[in-house]
Design a protein around this ligand. Structure first.
Ligand code: NAD
Length: 352
């Protein structure tokens, strides 16, 4: 396995392999780009089948964070870390402390945070060996859980996409299908319900879907039936790669806006959605609320109102993306990437 000719290597500035024999730590940190500021990205703990798989994941995810932070208007770059381990079995304080030392050795060029397999409690332990940790609980007005912030951003993204895709700015009576009613999906469902939308919900955890449906007077369908639901908007809030060739043909919705990462199974799906007249809100723009909040935690002037206002600004970014996509006859996903690249290239010019 080599790095520089790896298919997912994209001029990453630094890729560090870390090992600690005593705790069993085997980790990779990838710093994709620091033109706009120190790289920020979560720590994923996952029992990867191979080192190759872990490297692929960390290279892709760290690149994605550069784009997300640039479009969220943050002075941050993109990074990510992975630990090759089973979080249920192998996660020990010693392992997390060793990870903290690895993060610390990068001198602040990489700031870690929660991701799948790592929790807020884990971040507290890591904070014992490095100060370069985001997403810690702040006393007072912050719980440490990013999902309410992510959901608030998705709600604004969805409203903007509905305005552009369906030419309406009132959500009353809008039919929205939500796939996955976990942390983000459930918060989003509440916002939409409060705005007067009619919801169709699904989750592989049928009890969770039923409970929420009772509360919000929503309809529940089986997981596979969500793609055929007769709705205006599809909000993917479960897992990645959900928009594949078959789903792109089945959807009745005219707008897609949700929280899941990497929703397009391949870049070509974005094109197909466009051909079918379905407006897609690029996932990393819509779901940036969590990272925006983490970035604000680093500031002295943190306030919940300022954070929420910044997150609501996701709608303006999307507005620019949709307008340019129409003018340039590109997909919103292509335009989002292009704007992000312009932003981090411009920062480098300023720094030079
Ligand atoms: P979560 O695990 O709390 O919720 C996901 C839900 O989806 C679960 O209830 C799960 O049972 C359900 N699910 C899984 N597979 C499904 C399927 N095939 N059909 C229907 N339901 C299914 O996760 P979350 O924190 O709510 O995040 C949701 C998505 O948003 C993830 O893709 C995550 O990567 C992304 N995301 C989350 C945040 C955040 O702040 N939590 C930020 C950015 C992106």
């Amino acid at each position: 396995m080599t790095l520089f000719d790896h298919p997912d290597f994209d001029h990453h500035e630094q890729v560090v392999f870390g090992c600690d024999e005593a705790s069993g730590l085997r980790a990779i940190v990838a710093i994709h780009n620091t033109h706009r500021g120190p790289s920020l990205g979560g720590l994923r703990i996952f029992p990867y089948a191979s080192e190759e798989q872990a490297l692929t994941d960390v290279l892709r995810l760290s690149r994605g964070m550069t784009y997300k932070s640039a479009l969220a208007g943050l002075d941050l770059g993109g990074g990510k870390a992975v630990i090759i381990a089973d979080p249920k079995r192998d996660k020990t304080p010693a392992l997390l402390e060793a990870m903290g030392r690895l993060v610390d050795s990068l001198g602040g060029r990489y700031i870690t945070a929660e991701d799948s397999g790592s929790s807020e409690e884990d971040m507290q332990i890591i904070a014992g060996t490095t100060r370069h940790v985001g997403g810690l609980c702040r006393e007072g007005d912050h719980s440490g859980d990013p999902s309410p912030f992510t959901a608030w951003g998705v709600f604004h993204a969805l409203r903007c996409a509905v305005y552009h895709g369906l030419e309406r700015d009132d959500l009353r009576g809008l039919r929205v299908a939500i796939q996955g009613v976990g942390n983000v999906g459930a918060h989003l469902a509440h916002h939409l319900h409060d705005a007067g939308a009619r919801l169709v919900l699904t989750d592989i955890d049928t009890q969770a879907a039923d409970r929420l449906a009772r509360e919000l007077d929503a309809q529940v369908v089986a997981p596979d039936a969500i793609f055929d639901a007769d709705v205006d908007v599809f909000a993917p809030c479960a897992m990645g790669a959900v928009l594949d060739a078959s789903v792109a043909e089945r959807l009745k919705a005219r707008v897609i806006a949700g929280a899941a990462n990497n929703q397009l199974a391949t870049p070509g799906i974005g094109q197909r959605l466009q051909e079918r007249g379905i407006l897609y809100a690029p996932d990393y723009v819509a779901n940036a609320g969590g990272v925006i909040e983490i970035a604000w935690q680093r500031r002295e002037d943190y306030s919940r109102d300022k954070v929420m206002a910044h997150i609501a600004g996701i709608a303006q970014t999307l507005d620019e993306i949709f307008v340019r996509a129409r003018q340039e006859r590109r997909t919103p996903a292509e335009v989002a990437d292009r704007i992000a690249e312009e932003r981090f290239a411009a920062h480098r010019r300023h720094a030079a």
